[in-house]
Design a protein around this ligand. Structure first.
Ligand SMILES: NC(=O)c1ccc[n+]([C@@H]2O[C@H](COP(=O)([O-])OP(=O)(O)OC[C@H]3O[C@@H](n4cnc5c(N)ncnc54)[C@H](OP(=O)(O)O)[C@@H]3O)[C@@H](O)[C@H]2O)c1
Length: 283
């Protein structure tokens, strides 16, 4: 089994690369300059050279607020490029693994979102990711679509790194209480993506850690684990006046995937504990 990773400098890609290196698994992960998923010729050349069995699309445009002001790059990277990847993968008999988001839901549900629930994104980023899901599921290649949420791991672009940075030199940090979802650790995404591929799963599944929380609760839990004394106080989203609205409750159920894999996916608290322990060791 050979893997090809798109978006090799992102946080999920880094977790796949580390796991493949540890396990001696064959993979290619060209830098974005050599593997730009919006460039059909680049995609054709890389795929025909690498000849992967599995094309892992870890590339994405995740700037939620910037997408609200100009949605073109989001649609090019999150949607149009996915159709290209699917088309080229199919020509080489490769399976496409693509990642979706909880932001395809409007956040008005009173229970965890399931795979069959109606999608209705409330921001441009969510719309671009929904178009990308369709491109993956209805494209030419066999595909596995895994919806993830609040992804974090190695890298500086996630919620936890931002929290630590914003807390520097501050006694009090305000964090939103009215956004509820599931922080999901790249390590657990890698583990369960590989298990899903081993089982031959195709179609759409939710891959999140188990449980759900407000951003405020997640920040408090994390700071406690890190021994950070900054006081975290809850505030409504309106206080931050971000260009893109966020869903209120977009937490997804991972039951369909857990049942298919006959496993239980670790809770978000457990995952944050492992992540915080790694950060503490590194410092
Ligand atoms: N992060 C989250 O909270 C979150 C939430 C829900 C779903 N997801 C989904 O989970 C998946 C993995 O996300 P992640 O957090 O690992 O994202 P990430 O850290 O932002 O990584 C995405 C990578 O894709 C690269 N990229 C952008 N345009 C590209 C192009 N045209 N060709 C090749 N690479 C390109 C980016 O490079 P540059 O940095 O140079 O642009 C970046 O290194 C994505 O599908 C994402 O939409 C993420």
């Amino acid at each position: 089994m050979k893997y090809l990773i798109a978006g090799s400098s992102g946080q999920l890609a880094k977790a796949f690369i580390a796991r493949f290196e540890q396990g001696g698994i064959a993979f290619d992960a060209p830098p974005e300059i050599a593997f730009d998923i919006t460039d059909r010729e680049s995609v054709k050349q890389v795929v025909s050279t690498c000849k992967p069995d599995i094309l892992l699309n870890c590339a994405a445009y995740n700037a939620v607020d910037a997408a609200e002001e100009n949605s073109l790059p989001a649609f090019r990277i999150n949607a149009e490029a996915v159709a290209t990847l699917s088309n080229v993968a199919a020509k080489h008999g490769a399976t496409l693994v693509h990642y979706g988001t909880d932001y395809v839901f409007d956040g008005s549900s009173e229970r965890l979102y399931r795979e069959e629930d109606a999608t209705a994104p409330i921001n441009a980023y969510g719309e671009s990711k929904l178009a990308g899901e369709k491109a993956a599921l209805e494209g030419d290649a066999e595909s596995l679509l895994l919806r993830v949420s609040w992804v974090y791991g190695d890298g500086n672009q996630n919620f936890f790194h931002k929290m630590l940075k914003w807390a520097e030199g501050r006694e009090v940090l305000k964090v939103v209480w009215d956004q509820i979802s599931v922080p999901t650790y790249t390590e657990d995404i890698v583990t369960h993506t590989l298990a899903a591929l081993e089982q031959g799963l195709r179609g759409c599944y939710h891959l999140t850690n188990t449980g759900y929380a407000t951003r405020y609760e997640v920040a408090r839990h994390f700071f406690k684990l890190m021994g950070n004394r900054t006081t975290v106080i809850p505030l409504g989203s309106e206080a931050f006046s971000c260009p893109a609205p966020r869903p209120f409750f977009s937490a997804m159920s991972n039951k369909k995937l857990s049942a298919a894999l006959e496993t239980s996916i670790p809770t978000w608290e457990d995952a944050v504990e492992r992540f915080a322990a790694r950060l503490r060791e590194a410092h």
